[in-house]
Design a protein around this ligand. Structure first.
Ligand code: 1GP
Length: 249
């Protein structure tokens, strides 16, 4: 079964929980422990990626993660040389809120031949950056303006454009370490207008807020920062339980 079909199946049943792991911030031992702790406490999948690569350990850490968990491992390529065969799939992001051609198509063209070479499943992703109270790494690194926090109509138009262009998933991101997450109103407005699954991340710090976002219509809730310094099994379980409680049937 393709990973995308699996994601559709999961999204049809309930809201789901993804943990984001930045391989650059963890050594080999830490990355295995972190990935296993996420799986054992209810994560439905792992996103692996980040905005910078300082330690040149992306591929070795990704391989270790893949060898140690059974849940889907998806590359979340903050940097487009993050293409590797040691993943179940790759979210091929186009930053559709950007007007920087390199982020819209340039980086994808660089990545595409390698994706084919590795026969990696690529999931075309309409990546939308939403203003979140501070200038986030992704905003700075992609040289892109985010959509203003309160402009749900602009966000809906972007999500619709992504869907009509054939993208398979919307990733609504306030950016890692956002001061505040994407609003419930914006999530609900997008949910009402598009049928493809919605991944939601950026600034999710408590299980209660994660549940709110799932109720508003997000199919996959991502946490990164909140577990980065302390990969607390109890907190992961609380996130997973709160999110899984939101059923779709
Ligand atoms: C960032 O959506 C992710 O792209 C996760 O954000 O690190 O703030 O949880 P946080």
């Amino acid at each position: 079964m393709k990973i995308y079909d699996k994601l559709l199946e999961l999204a049809g049943k309930r809201a789901n929980y993804f943990c984001l792991i930045d391989p650059d911030k963890l050594n080999a031992e830490e990355v295995v422990r972190h990935a296993k702790t996420c799986e054992e406490n209810g994560a439905d999948g792992l996103l692996v990626g980040g905005s910078l690569m300082i330690h040149n350990n992306f591929e070795s850490n990704l391989k270790l993660i893949k060898e140690n968990v059974k849940i889907p491992v998806l590359i979340f390529p903050g940097i487009f040389n993050f293409v590797s065969p040691y993943a179940d799939a790759l979210l091929l992001l186009s930053v559709i809120t950007s007007r920087n051609p390199q982020m819209l198509i340039g980086e994808q063209v660089r990545a595409a031949p390698l994706i084919k070479y590795y026969n990696l499943e690529a999931i075309g992703t309409a990546y939308m950056l939403i203003e979140s109270g501070n200038n986030t790494s992704v905003q700075y690194m992609s040289n892109s303006l985010p959509i203003p926090h309160s402009k749900s109509d602009i966000a809906v138009a972007h999500a619709l454009a992504g869907q009509y262009l054939g993208m398979k998933i919307v990733y609504l991101d306030a950016g890692s370490g956002a001061k505040y997450p994407v609003s419930n109103e914006m999530i609900a407005a997008i949910r009402e207008n598009v049928s493809i699954p919605i991944i939601l991340g950026g600034g999710i710090k408590t299980p209660e807020v994660a549940a709110e976002k799932a109720i508003a219509g997000a199919d996959f809730i991502v946490t990164g920062n909140v577990l980065e310094e302390n990969c607390d099994p109890k907190l992961i379980k609380e996130f997973a339980d709160a999110i899984h409680n939101i059923r779709r049937q």
